[in-house]
Structures are given as structure tokens and as C-alpha cells.
Write a protein that binds this ligand. Structure first.
Ligand SMILES: [Zn+2]
Ligand SMILES: [Zn+2]
Length: 78
């Protein structure tokens, strides 16, 4: 089942199969677990491929201590 959603970051309309970024396989963007975790700390829903790529790049350029902070923030959410 395809679902039409709006990207939470840029508002672009796109098709999503699961509506969950941790399981999203509808976009041809390769993300590591760390990438997904990082994106999850900021967005609850699925994002378009463009934004997934942008956030992936953004995470790469974060200082290590900020990445640790993000990881802890996500940990506390559970
Ligand atoms: Zn977007
Ligand atoms: Zn999706």
C-alpha cells in the first residue's frame, strides 16, 4: 500500500510505504543506523529523499560531542 505524505522538513509531497523513518524503504537513500537515529531525534515521520540526504550530510559534519548528545537524547525518549 502506498501512502502519500508531506515531508516534515520541506513539505514536499511524496509516496511512502510505511510512514516510519526507521523502516522506510521507499526512498533510494542508504542510511546507517546512526543516520536514522539522528534523523529520528528531529523528525517523527518519514522525509523525502532530498531531506534524508541533507540530514545525512548534516550529521557527518556534526562535532562528535553533539552526536553523543543526540544519541543520548534519543535513548531517553524510549
Ligand atoms: Zn523534504
Ligand atoms: Zn517512507
Amino acid at each position: 500500500m502506498h501512502e502519500s505524505v508531506d515531508c516534515a522538513r520541506c513539505g514536499a509531497h511524496f509516496e511512502c510505504k510505511v510512514g516510519n523513518i526507521t523502516q522506510c524503504q521507499c526512498q533510494a537513500v542508504t542510511l546507517t543506523d546512526e543516520d536514522r537515529r539522528y534523523i529520528r531525534t528531529q523528525y517523527e515521520t518519514c522525509l523525502c529523499a532530498k531531506c534524508l540526504l541533507a540530514l545525512r550530510n548534516e550529521r557527518k559534519h556534526l562535532p562528535w560531542w553533539l552526536q553523543v548528545q543526540q544519541a543520548f537524547k534519543q535513548f531517553g525518549k524510549r
